[in-house]
Design a protein. Structure first.
Length: 357
């Protein structure tokens, strides 16, 4: 069993811990928190050993009724691998801690790419992470872009990618973020940082990105224009994307015309926290003009990177091939929408049954 520690138990960390707990070849050694808020109580109720991320704050946990197993350095020492899910910039501060115990570490996309040996996306460059001691799972937007770029590049070749990212203002719990009633070019300078981040996965790819931030919390939406090297048809592109396990091509008859209905669909499907691990591509948006491909996709910023963190663990420990890891991760989490609601994720590694179409 791979012993996994999770430093940070917020939006990403709690999802990562639950995903690790579902894996038959992994176990959660413990999670670290800076304060005994409601998420710390949730972790305690789920049976995760709790560690103080800031040792001086340890007494606060006892006062709040949360029993501690120790300080974060003890968690790092006990783990075979650490997943750092702390806020952007804190992971860089934690890197020396992991190195001091020779514990390999996975960082999130909010960190600079230089923090790790490899920026990672399971579909695009799994092999590059094999046997490494540090990996950065790229951001939700870069993950979503990489998942569609990889098959398009392999099947047709790509001359240029142009993407406009309509980004949520904040996650549902981030009430300090905005905008409240505005539409912001974000950043105003062009291109946005997303293109260079995609280049950490596809170094030779020509890509331009623009970003907008809107007063919404549900999901990001991407408008893509991809100039291909081959002539293709809409039907062929659609079939190609439908064959990708982490891409859901939304059928016209589903009546899903926006992110709100996608989230309703996920909740009705019994998805934990209403998570959508897959890219959601609107099938009727797929269009071809010459060699230019156009389509819209929605990206759930709270959850699409979760399967990638699990696959990164197996890549770093060289415990499975890319195909083996992706299949196992998909099966245990319940990744894969078939056109009707999927079953609820189980917790005993027995697999997930999808409802009939």
């Amino acid at each position: 069993m791979i012993r996994v520690g999770v430093n940070g138990y917020g939006t990403i960390g709690k999802r990562v811990a639950d995903a690790v707990a579902l894996q038959p070849d992994m176990e959660v050694v413990g999670v670290a928190k800076t304060k005994p808020n409601f998420e710390a109580h949730t972790a305690d109720q789920r049976g995760y050993e709790m560690y103080a991320a800031i040792p001086d704050r340890a007494p606060l946990f006892g006062d709040a009724g949360v029993e501690l197993a120790g300080a974060v350095d003890e968690l790092v020492a006990a783990a075979d691998i650490m997943i750092d899910c702390t806020p952007s910039g804190i992971g860089a501060e934690n890197k020396s801690l992991y190195e001091s115990y020779d514990t390999p570490a996975i960082f999130q996309g909010g960190e600079d790419a230089t923090i790790a040996e490899v920026s990672f996306n399971a579909r695009a460059n799994y092999a590059a992470a094999c046997g490494t001691d540090s990996v950065r799972v790229v951001s939700c937007n870069t993950t979503g872009l990489s998942r569609v770029i990889a098959p398009l590049q392999e099947a047709y070749g790509i001359e240029q990618v142009r993407t406009t990212l309509v980004r949520r203002g904040g996650d549902p719990s981030q009430n300090s973020r905005g905008p409240i009633n505005d539409i912001l070019p974000n950043p105003i300078s062009i291109p946005s940082h997303h293109g260079p981040d995609v280049n950490t996965i596809f170094p030779d790819l020509a890509i331009d990105t623009l970003g907008l931030k809107v007063p919404a919390t549900l999901m990001h939406v991407h408008a893509l224009n991809v100039t291909l090297k081959s002539d293709v048809t809409v039907a062929h592109v659609r079939q190609l994307l439908e064959e990708e396990s982490r891409i859901y091509v939304i059928s016209e008859g589903m009546g899903i015309d926006g992110a709100g209905k996608l989230k309703d669909f996920a909740h009705d499907a019994g998805r934990p926290r209403g998570d959508i691990w897959e890219n959601c591509v609107w099938g009727e948006s797929i269009a071809i003009s010459g060699r230019d491909l156009y389509f819209f996709q929605a990206i759930h910023q709270e959850s699409d990177v979760i399967p990638e963190n699990i696959d990164a663990i197996r890549a770093m420990t060289e415990s499975a091939t890319a195909a083996e890891s992706i299949e196992l991760t998909n099966r245990t989490l319940g990744v894969g929408i078939t056109g009707s609601p999927v079953g609820v994720v189980d917790t005993d590694h027995s697999g997930v049954e999808a409802a009939d179409d």
